[in-house]
Design a protein around this ligand. Structure first.
Ligand code: F6P
Length: 324
């Protein structure tokens, strides 16, 4: 392998830049040329490549977003699109790629690798932490820290006004952020996509918190929570069924995806970038680099895509105990 391409794909996450930097510099260290591929698979189809040097990734380890930009490509879902991408890579003599993204990006990468016998390596980058084969995805730690900081601020005003707040956090299909920030910020209840905890439980726990002398409360709701009501519907429901609360809603949205990565995410990105390049140079193909028991570990891409990232339901129990 003489030339490696690197791209970021799907929803961005803090730490992607640190991973790009690590891939580029590991390539330079091992005397391999590294090409930045802009706008994910779409840029690959359109031949948006740029030769990177160790200096072209200076000053980005601390930056949120991705300098390579990210996109979701419809064209890459077709065989014709993927063939165009392959031809562009061949034209530039790029003989392997590192894809930094989530499971959708990995699926595209795997199909591409199978069709054109092209070496690929995945680095999990998503704030949702919903990928099998790694305890942490890039950006998850930063997103949790961002959210906890915001909840602390909301708590200030919630307690001044004796209000109940429903705070919606990201996680269309996964409750990792909700569960962790719920415990980390001391929320009263946490609603997640993996479990339907039921509206009765919600009402009961709010009643209990009133009885125990609490004057304000915070409920964390993951975007895709199983109860099937959005935060605004939950507000109405609680107001109708528990008259005593004055309720407000806060939807945190895309601010959770931005910002300077935490030290944890920067170190994780650096380790993953080096591991991805060295694994390709060792002849490995169709793997994802992950963190397991604090060590870098490779998981076949197919397993990373199909496996279920396990949510730690013990955290719900911890939360229940601590909201007594
Ligand atoms: O990055 C994953 C994610 O943050 C989900 O939790 C969320 O539902 C989705 O991205 C939002 O994506 P978009 O930016 O396309 O609206």
């Amino acid at each position: 392998i003489k030339k490696i391409g690197v791209m970021t794909s799907g929803g961005d996450s803090p730490g992607m830049n640190a991973a790009v930097r690590a891939v580029v510099r590991a390539c330079v260290y091992h005397n391999v040329e590294c090409y930045g591929i802009y706008r994910g698979f779409q840029g690959m189809i359109e031949g948006e490549f740029e030769l990177m040097s160790a200096r072209s990734v200076k000053g980005i380890i601390n930056k949120g977003g991705t300098i390579l930009k990210s996109a979701r490509s419809k064209e890459f879902m077709t065989y014709e699109g993927r063939k165009k991408a392959y031809e562009e890579l061949k034209k530039n003599d790029i003989d392997a790629i590192v894809v930094i993204g989530g499971d959708g990006s990995f699926t595209g990468a795997m199909i591409f690798s199978d069709e054109f016998n092209f070496p690929v390596m995945g680095i999990p980058g998503t704030i949702d932490n919903d990928i099998f084969g790694t305890s942490h995805t890039l950006g998850y730690d930063t997103a949790c820290n961002t959210v906890v900081e915001v909840i602390d601020k909301i708590r200030d005003t919630a307690s001044s006004h004796d209000r109940l707040f429903f705070i919606e956090v990201m996680g269309r299909d996964a409750g990792h952020i909700a569960l962790n920030v719920g415990v980390g910020a001391g929320a009263e209840e946490i609603l997640i996509p993996e479990e339907d905890l039921g509206l009765d439980r919600l009402l009961e726990s709010l009643r209990r918190s009133k009885r125990s002398g609490k004057t304000s409360s915070i409920v964390i709701v993951a975007e895709g929570d199983k109860i099937g009501k959005n935060v605004f519907e939950l507000k109405d429901y609680v107001e109708e069924n528990l008259g005593e609360y004055e309720v407000r809603v806060s939807v945190l949205g895309h601010m959770q995806r931005g910002g300077s990565p935490s030290c944890f995410d920067r170190v994780l990105a650096s380790r993953m970038g080096v591991k991805a390049v060295e694994s390709l140079l060792e002849g490995k193909n169709k793997f994802m680099v992950g963190l397991l028991s604090d060590q870098m570990a490779l998981t076949p891409l197919e397993k990373a895509i199909k496996g279920q990232s396990k949510i730690d339901l013990e955290l719900l129990r911890v939360s229940d105990i601590l909201t007594v």
